[in-house]
Design a protein around this ligand. Structure first.
Ligand SMILES: C[S@@+](CC[C@H](N)C(=O)[O-])C[C@H]1O[C@@H](n2cnc3c(N)ncnc32)[C@H](O)[C@@H]1O
Length: 214
């Protein structure tokens, strides 16, 4: 697998769509004002999500883990006419920030933000969602997946981010309290055994599991 170093990433970015000003501003403000800014998608991942939405043209997207809204806005702007995106974020301190940028990006009529725990909110949502992006707590991926799968029609897609977890999935002798790595390992094993979906891991960035419901 090709390792993308900084120089190659810059080369890629120089040959792709430029970042929209509102997303660049969101990213900058996330780095300066918000805890754990590494969690934000950024331009590369945003472009990939946007292109996937343009390819699949889902009418309804479900996202678990909004953070500051980079991925939500990237996907919402790529929706086909009449489409909508539901996104769930447990940290209510992020709500004002998210709403401000959703407004600035001109997608407030396309995005429904749910503030609360996805494990409580998912059972209250009505399907169908033909595009699901799982990007919440890595220790809860199996729960999100099992709650979201019934909302996905046959042929619909689920994308689960960070399933290579910075290569830690290969590390022997994990600490017992490394809940995120254990969560990712259990999720990947769960998917491997699951015949309800076709599966492939896209090896870009931190690894995205692409699942298509049979
Ligand atoms: C990696 S960040 C999401 C990044 C965002 N999707 C992006 O691409 O910019 C993970 C987010 O999931 C949220 N989260 C964690 N557990 C959650 C839960 N049970 N329900 C909803 N959101 C959760 C965290 O608060 C955090 O904001």
């Amino acid at each position: 697998m090709l390792k993308i170093d900084r120089a190659l990433e810059e080369y890629i970015l120089a040959h792709c769509e430029p970042e929209e000003e509102v997303l660049a501003a969101l990213y900058r403000e996330t780095q300066v004002r918000i805890y754990h800014p590494r969690m934000a998608s950024g331009h590369m991942q945003g472009m990939i999500l946007s292109m996937l939405v343009k390819m699949i043209q889902p009418q309804r997207i479900l996202e678990i883990g909004t953070y500051t809204g980079y991925s939500s806005i990237s996907m919402a702007r790529a929706l086909p006419p009449g489409g909508e995106l539901h996104t769930i974020e447990v940290n209510d301190e992020l709500e004002d920030f998210i709403r401000q940028y959703v407004e600035k990006a001109g997608v407030s009529s396309l995005i429904q933000l749910h503030i609360g725990d996805a494990l409580d909110i998912l059972p209250t949502l009505q399907g169908p969602f033909n595009f699901v992006f799982i990007d919440g707590n890595k220790a809860q991926y199996i729960d999100y997946y099992e709650l979201a799968l019934p909302l996905v029609p046959k042929g619909g897609f689920i994308f689960a981010d960070n399933v290579l977890w910075d290569g830690k999935v290969l590390k022997p002798n994990l600490r017992d309290n490394d809940h995120f790595t254990h969560g990712i390992l259990q999720f990947n094993e769960h998917i491997k055994q699951d015949n309800r979906v076709e599966k492939v891991i896209f090896p870009f960035r931190d690894g995205i599991f692409v699942l298509r419901k049979k």
